[in-house]
Design a protein around this ligand. Sequence first.
Ligand SMILES: *[C@@H]1O[C@H](CO)[C@@H](O)[C@H](O)[C@H]1NC(C)=O
Ligand SMILES: *[C@@H]1O[C@H](CO)[C@@H](O)[C@H](O)[C@H]1NC(C)=O
Length: 353
Amino acid sequence: MHSRLLSLVALATLGHALPALRTPQCTDSIASLTVSTTNFDLSSGTPPPNATIPVSGTFDVHLRFCEPTVLVPSRAGTLQTLLHGGTYGVDYMDAGFEPETYSYVRYAAARGYATLNMDRIGYGASDHPDPMNVLQTPLDVATLAEIIRLSRAGRISGAHRGFDTIVGVGHSLGSVILNSLVAAEPQLLDAVVLTGYAHKLSDIDLPALSGMGPANLIGPARFGGLASDYLSTANASTRAAAFYGVEGSFDPAALAFDEAHKDTVALGEFLTSAAPIPAPKFTGDVLTVNGEDDLVACLEPGCANLKNEAQYYPSANSVDYAVIKNAGHSVNFHLAAQDLYAKIHAWLTQHGY
Ligand SMILES: *[C@@H]1O[C@H](CO)[C@@H](O)[C@H](O)[C@H]1NC(C)=O
Ligand SMILES: *[C@@H]1O[C@H](CO)[C@@H](O)[C@H](O)[C@H]1NC(C)=O
């Protein structure tokens, strides 16, 4: 069984990943970002229709800028900004586990793209503000907007240049934030790639399925210092039940790595992420891609619900969707990860990025 898995991985590597073997040159930094926005009043436990609570502050965010490993002149001014989802951190887009297969950053670097990966605010080495009243999706969106402005202005550590073309690539809650950003400030991004996402999500009880609970109880060694409204998934079994496809679609060692590196999600983010927000003024390109067995975002066989995504982007230059076979919600940790990366990069090339 194990050797069959290994040969599958070897085949996948031969098929797509040979140029991705070099390690990109990356710069980790802590950016101090001053942001202000309007959050929701969550005192009733659910968000009211409108945000009314002003919040502002200066927050440290861990950024990781990586140079391409292959020079493609037409992409010299292009940046892919990568946003992980809830209970993930910088590892989701740049796994330390078999990176030649699982690291999105390496795949992009080998095709001439610089990337800006990060621990979003409230994750990993970034600041952890109040997880109910401060860390909500409006704060995430305002923080991302500031990071994009700094990227265009040439003020990201290690980049030594500004970028005139920026593609946002998200997963799950990271995709929710990207969608909200192109709704609120449609000129900031040129294109968005939304994975593990649909405007209308399934009504499965994700907290129950994933065994969501206070992270400080689930993982006291790593999360003991966090407020109780920072949540995480219970264990590898519940994480696989919620985020992975069927047995055989992932290497158990990839799940073990993911479990060992899992992060938290703030209850305030979770509660403010459900509303399907249209982006009527976004004029760029939109791609939504899900694993066919994504319990969160594929509501119909073959993710046919993704056909409805176009209605949310009436001014977009293009709106497409794609489905990755043999994968669940967190495609980047599946054996099909390279299929996802290939699909995204073929789409980027096709649209001139
Ligand atoms: C919420 O915002 C919408 C649109 O901005 C507005 O029409 C509506 O009156 C607001 N509702 C409340 C309760 O303030
Ligand atoms: C994982 O967590 C779930 C939910 O808390 C629990 O029911 C189950 O027994 C746990 N499994 C293992 C292997 O610890």
